[in-house]
Design a protein around this ligand. Structure first.
Ligand code: NAD
Length: 271
């Protein structure tokens, strides 16, 4: 621990488990206080298990053990009024807000002609509208703090088309564009905005149930399976690998990095 986040308050969505939990613990371990938000309920349409309130409690407990003051809230990122209320109350408790990691997301792989209208709407609702809501509910607090860093979680699917997940790819390209738009308009307030683009990560979203769904969808055109292969000889990466990149963007080590797309993708986007 080097204390690079001492004195900072960070907010993470999708914090109950997976990458969101890893971001919370990495930054808490560096001295940050934490606002951890999650739906903790049934995710629409996904093949993998949903997070539960006990998962968010466990994230909070681990962050407290690392020395952080922690506030949690069960809230749906699709609910802008709910996000405003949860963020405002936690910021009053912890005194300020410096860093936002808009991490909540879902993925429902299907061949193009199997995607339902509902699945498209759910994916855009959580991944795009939910990310926009997160920035809208938090950016005013960063303005009040005199600046900060916002990290939007995209995917390698936001840099290079990934087959068998058109709604997800669409949403993650949108998140990448959203980061650049906010970066331009928030720069005058000393707020940096960047996007992060991981390859497959060992979380519930990267679970066996999910890989089976991708494999099934890819039967529609097996030639395209190679588009999902990493350049480096690894099948996937860990939540800690992504958390290291997020810590860099959250900390002052990246003070002149903005509107940047940081690939933590083992080269899949260039392969
Ligand atoms: N796992 C991967 O292979 C991978 C690769 C690239 C990018 N990503 C992205 O990383 C982010 C984190 O995913 P993960 O791998 O940790 O998955 P995960 O399913 O383990 O965690 C996602 C968390 O977000 C929460 N969440 C989902 N919808 C929500 C909503 N509407 N409101 C509030 N919380 C909500 C879930 O409850 C869950 O705790 C996502 O944006 C995902 O698209 C994942």
């Amino acid at each position: 621990m080097t204390g690079v986040m001492n004195g900072k308050v960070v907010l993470v969505t999708g914090a109950a488990r997976g990458q969101g939990r890893a971001h919370v613990l990495r930054m808490a371990g560096e001295g940050a206080d934490v606002i951890a938000l999650d739906l903790c309920g049934q995710l629409p349409g996904v093949a993998y298990k949903s997070a539960e309130p006990t998962d968010l409690d466990e994230t909070a407990e681990l962050a407290r053990e690392a020395g952080a003051h922690v506030r949690t809230a069960v809230v749906d990122v699709r609910d802008l009024a709910g996000m405003h209320a949860a963020v405002a109350s936690a910021v009053v408790d912890l005194g300020r807000l410096d860093v936002v990691v808009a991490n909540a997301g879902i993925c429902i792989p299907r061949a193009w002609d199997q995607v339902t209208e509902q699945e498209f709407e759910d994916t855009m609702g959580v991944n795009v509208r939910g990310t926009w809501n997160t920035v809208m509910a938090t950016a005013p607090h960063l303005v009040a703090a005199g600046g900060g860093s916002i990290v939007l979680m995209s995917s390698s699917a936001g840099l290079k088309a990934q087959p068998f997940m058109i709604p997800y790819t669409t949403s993650k390209f949108a998140v990448r564009g959203m980061a650049k738009g906010f970066a331009a308009e928030l720069a005058r307030y000393h707020i940096r905005v960047n996007s992060v683009h991981p390859t497959g990560v060992d979380t519930a979203m990267g679970s066996r149930a999910m890989l089976a769904q991708v494999a099934k969808a890819s039967m529609a055109d097996p030639r395209l399976r190679g588009m999902l292969v990493n350049m480096q000889p690894v099948d996937g990466i860990t939540t800690e690998d992504v958390a290291d990149a997020v810590l860099f963007l959250a900390s002052d080590a990246s003070k002149y990095v903005t509107a940047h797309e940081l690939a933590v993708d083992a080269g899949v986007s260039e392969f």
